[in-house]
Design a protein around this ligand. Structure first.
Ligand code: FAD
Length: 390
């Protein structure tokens, strides 16, 4: 396994053990089937119980809610290993952990936490996260989905969400909606919506050429009646969903390294075995430069994410630091996947090799959880003090 800078020496025994168990699962249960799942456009739901058994759902949330209570570096390593398999598998776990369980943990009542988190950790209840709307992607503060409180305290939900990972698999959706009709972002609140509620529809997004081994759906809410206690009481304003995104983006920064490692290892192996002009193509300078560039970028990304994880564990990281890691690592992985695919020649376009699948997947990862451009603006604002969004 790629560890050119002996970064393992900086990991604890527990962190290495967590990584080893998820790595073994991905090697044995994900990699053998995922190419065909991708071609078929199918998320392999059969692996959900095994992922739960491994403790990957809500892995960095406390044990009192049935979660593994791991540190954030371990959580990162889990994401890295899952995405070595496929970005769709990592997305499933990220959404369940950071975008569905985390908001319930951070903004939910004690009853909500007890009711949902232990069952979500076991994979018995699957969640999704509805923020993006057809007309509001990078600018979710403009959302038009509305939850109106009725005289008896219950809520009536109307609107639509777009591009929702796990949307048609989920039992519950954490939906972000405006509650008082004005444009003030303060009115944005989170709701736990059961997907079997009357008026709730999830429609599969057809025709995807990326993240094909992942469910992506449009959610439509038509007069969906919600109990008074469906609201996440401690949520308030756009900062609440953004806090969830910071958790998920942190995990993605690690996940992208896993995809890049998978592509590098595939390219390296291929370069040593593919003979052209009477020698392995890995013996030619152009391919060696390609591999040297990939290696260098992966090592840099590994160091960024490990340090970020240590900052997060110390409670001193900032969302802007997460933006830097997400932006850099996903962009790096996208480039590496393309380079690996090229090194593989014609074989590189086949689903039995992983590089082109990773390359296509990473285009989604580049776009979701804040596009690359949006993270540029966040970093630009951090260093200049000037807000380019307004
Ligand atoms: P737009 O916001 O329309 O952006 C289009 C282009 O304009 C981009 O290149 C963007 O960078 C650029 N742009 C936008 N604003 C600016 C600016 N101010 N300055 C410069 N350039 C700008 N959302 C969820 O809520 N839940 C999910 O589970 C989820 N899963 C997803 C899964 C997949 C496979 C995909 C592809 C998306 C998912 N999303 C999800 C949605 C994702 O978060 C949005 O696609 C993303 O925020 C971008 O929004 P948009 O697609 O509407 O692009």
């Amino acid at each position: 396994m790629l560890d050119f800078y002996n970064i393992d020496s900086q990991l604890s025994e527990d962190e290495r053990a967590v990584r080893a168990s998820v790595r073994q699962f991905v090697d044995e249960r994900v990699r053998p089937i995922i190419g065909q799942c991708y071609v078929d456009g199918r998320f392999p739901r059969e692996i959900i119980p095994e992922m739960a058994e491994l403790g990957v759902f809500g892995a960095n949330l406390p044990e009192e809610y049935g979660c593994a209570g791991l540190n954030n570096v371990s959580y990162g390593l889990i994401n890295q290993e899952l995405e070595r398999g496929d970005s769709g598998v990592r997305s499933f776990a990220s959404v369940q952990s950071s975008l569905a369980m985390y908001p319930i943990y951070a903004f939910g009542s004690e009853e909500q936490k007890q009711k949902y988190l232990p069952r979500m950790a076991k994979g018995e209840v699957i969640g999704c996260f509805g923020l993006t709307e057809p007309d509001y992607g990078s600018n979710p503060s403009g959302m038009i989905t509305m939850a109106k409180q009725q005289a008896d305290g219950t809520w009536l939900l109307n609107g639509a969400k777009m591009w929702i990972t796990n949307g048609s698999t989920a039992n519950i959706a954490v939906v972000w909606a405006k509650t008082n009709g004005d444009k003030e972002d303060k009115s944005i609140r989170g709701f736990v919506v059961h997907t079997d509620s009357k008026g709730f529809k999830a429609k599969d997004q057809k025709g995807k050429l990326s993240l094909r081994a992942s469910d992506t759906s449009e959610l439509v809410f038509q007069d969906v009646e919600l109990a008074a206690d469906a609201i996440l009481p401690k949520s308030g304003g756009l900062k609440s969903p953004l806090m969830c995104l910071t958790q998920a983006r942190y995990g993605i920064s690690w996940g992208a390294i896993g995809a890049a490692m998978a592509c590098f290892e595939e390219a390296l192996e291929y370069s040593k075995n593919r003979v052209m002009f009477d020698r392995p193509i890995g013996g030619f300078q152009i391919q060696q430069e390609r591999l040297a560039n990939m290696l260098t970028e992966i090592v840099k990304a590994q160091l960024v994410s490990l340090h970020l994880g240590r900052l997060k564990d110390a409670g001193t990281y900032t969302p802007q630091q997460v933006s830097l890691a997400k932006r850099n690592n996903v962009s790096m992985a996208t480039d590496i996947a393309r380079e690996a695919r090229r090194l593989l020649g014609a074989n590189g376009i086949l689903a039995e090799y992983a590089s082109m699948r990773h390359m296509e997947n990473l285009e989604s990862v580049y776009t979701y959880e804040g596009t690359h451009d949006v993270h540029s603006l966040i970093l630009g604002q951090a260093v200049t003090g000037l807000n380019a969004f307004k």
